[in-house]
Design a protein around this ligand. Structure first.
Ligand code: ADP
Length: 567
């Protein structure tokens, strides 16, 4: 390409210079010839004046002083050459020469005598023809000199223009080379140096351009990925610059503060965060570099919020003017668990405290000899034992619950749950008989993939309650289907307002009655945990003084093949 430019430029310069030279040459030749012809006519006039019949040599010499190339010929009227300054001899008759035939007219023709082109003109006096001639070469002398200098200047101009064009192109391409080098620096793309070839540079720029476009596309994809991740994490993120403008906000934060991205992005954070207490903390973090970590409750959800100053080149001006990062995490469940644990420990301590107080009281009275009568001593020992058993039962249930909470991965076996119901009834035979309860069973196979202890725990707790809270002479109906177990009693029932809470730990409708019957308040909590382990659902229906029905429906994942059990 560079060579093309040089050759084109030089061709234009060549043609222009050549055109000027040729035009000048034509003009110079024309005027040169015209001047020569005028000179020739003047020489002829002079000769006519000077020549008077016999002084031909004299005239010839005089003419020679004016122009060395001048040729004088004297011809008589018969055409014979009487004198010729060329000193040639043996001339033929000159009457037929055109300049003799048409006197006073200049002719250009080849001279056989001098073997060169000449211009001739002739005139006649009384007895002679006088002819003057000049060689064409003498006329062309100036023209030839002009051509010589023309060629020389043409060559010099060409050489100079070549050098100038080359220099100009180099100078013109220099910034382009710098641009290419910079672009290569940006794209980290190393290509071979293109030299001064504009085509190669252009191809390089094309390559770099493609590379930049690819990189832009890649950056766009990366940005999309990052935005996708940011918008789909279960955590809110807001980044503010040192002027308190929102430079980044993800979907979680947008949803929490109920704003749309365009409403807040690149705007002061107060357009998005309207809560005054949070606003104050953000301001303080930006101005005083304070870090805040706190819980915030909004519409029944608890959020853990963390506001911290952020020194980063794209958000802060300098170390003393930081931006801020605001993180939000939903902790409702975690806080509820924490609360439940706190309540559990308080309840557990309380539950254990009362039997322990009774035991200590009796033991002290026995130790101090306050109870002396054998009946009193026996009574004290029996009460102490009962409270100790209660404590034992509470501790056992607590251990069971904590074990279930750990979601134990125990090996399940395929059990026909209906068979275990008979065993459970055997276990509670004494209590059933004591209360004269009527037991009715409608048992069909219930094949479950379950851990035996869990199934036993489930039936024992439910049957225990159906007996404990039943009326004297009441009844209990136990039913199994291929996917469910139902226990129905005719007991005291559970008031409507307590029905949703009886599965909570240590929750009792009538604390006194429960304690009297040896309840720990953990039985239904254990049932609920076992059910959640096997994704079983619990349905409770109860009517005060009428009775209670609890139905447990197992999920398909826990139900096994009935035929495999029957075989
Ligand atoms: P407890 O050990 O006190 O029986 P549970 O967790 O088994 O604890 O039951 C919680 C409370 O629910 C009981 O204290 C009782 O008030 C009530 N309850 C449970 N089952 C029945 C039932 N079948 N009939 C009436 N009340 C019941």
């Amino acid at each position: 390409m560079k060579n093309n430019i040089i050759f084109t430029t030089i061709a234009v310069v060549f043609s222009s210079v050549l055109l000027v030279i040729i035009t000048n040459l034509i003009i110079v030749s024309y005027y040169n010839e015209k001047a020569a012809k005028e000179d020739l006519m003047e020489y002829l006039s002079m000769t006519e004046l000077l020549y008077h019949g016999d002084n031909d040599l004299e005239v010839s010499q005089s003419l020679h002083t004016l122009n060395v190339d001048i040729r004088l010929t004297i011809i008589d009227l018969t055409g014979e050459v009487l004198f010729d300054s060329s000193e040639e001899t043996g001339f033929d008759s000159h009457l037929g020469r055109p300049e003799i035939e048409t006197l006073g007219t200049i002719y250009k023709r080849y001279s056989n005598t001098l073997k060169q082109d000449m211009i001739y003109v002739a005139s006649r006096d009384d007895g002679h023809y006088v002819r003057i001639a000049l060689p064409v070469s003498s006329i062309n002398h100036i023209t030839n000199t002009f051509i010589m200098y023309g060629v020389l200047s043409f060559s010099i101009i060409s050489l100079l223009s070549f050098v100038a064009v080359d220099l100009l192109i180099r100078k013109a391409l220099f910034p382009l080379h710098r641009v290419v080098a910079k672009m290569q620096e940006i794209t980290h793309e190393a290509t071979l140096p293109a030299g001064d070839d504009v085509d190669a540079i252009s191809m390089q720029i094309d390559d770099i351009n493609k590379n930049i476009l690819q990189k832009i596309e890649m950056i766009g994809e990366e940005k999309d990925k990052l935005n996708f991740i940011l918008d789909n994490i279960n955590q809110g993120i807001i980044v503010l610059d040192y002027q308190a403008n929102v430079v980044l906000i993800n979907q979680f934060a947008l949803d929490l503060f109920e704003v749309k991205r365009p409403q807040v992005l690149n705007k002061h954070f107060i357009y998005g965060i309207r809560q005054l207490d949070i606003q104050e903390k953000i301001q303080s973090s930006l101005l005083n570099k304070n870090i805040y970590a706190f819980d915030y409750t909004e519409k029944g959800h608890i959020y853990y919020m963390n506001i911290a100053p952020l020194v980063n080149k794209w958000v802060s001006k300098d170390e003393s003017h930081p931006g801020a990062v605001f993180m939000v995490l939903e902790v409702t469940e975690r806080r509820q668990i924490e609360l439940m644990k706190k309540e559990f420990f308080a309840n557990a301590s309380h539950e254990l405290k009362s039997p322990l107080t009774t035991i200590i009281g009796y033991q002290q009275m026995l130790a101090e000899g306050i109870l002396k009568e054998p009946k009193e001593v026996e009574d004290a020992i029996r009460r102490t034992l009962k409270e100790a058993n209660r404590m034992h039962q509470i501790v056992n249930d607590m251990l069971e619950l904590s074990h279930l909470e750990g979601k134990p991965k125990e090996k399940n076996e395929l059990i026909d749950a209906s068979l275990l119901i008979s065993e459970a009834l055997d276990h509670f035979k004494l209590a059933i008989n004591e209360k004269h309860l009527i037991i009715e069973t409608h048992l069909s196979p219930l094949p479950l993939w379950i851990h035996r202890n869990h199934l036993v725990g489930l039936f024992h707790n439910l049957l225990d309650n159906a007996i404990k809270y039943n009326k004297e002479g009441g009844s209990i109906i136990l039913t199994t289907t291929v996917c469910s177990f139902t226990i129905q009693d005719t007991g005291i029932g559970i008031p409507k307002e307590d029905q949703s809470r009886v599965f909570e730990r240590f929750y009792r409708v009538d604390k006194g009655r429960s304690q009297e019957t040896g309840g720990t308040g953990l039985g239904l909590a254990i049932v609920k945990h076992i059910c959640s382990l096997y994704e079983a659902t619990i349905k409770l229906r109860s009517q005060l003084n009428q009775g209670t029905t609890i139905q447990i429906t197992f999920s398909t994942t826990s139900i096994g093949d009935k035929n495999k059990i029957l075989q």
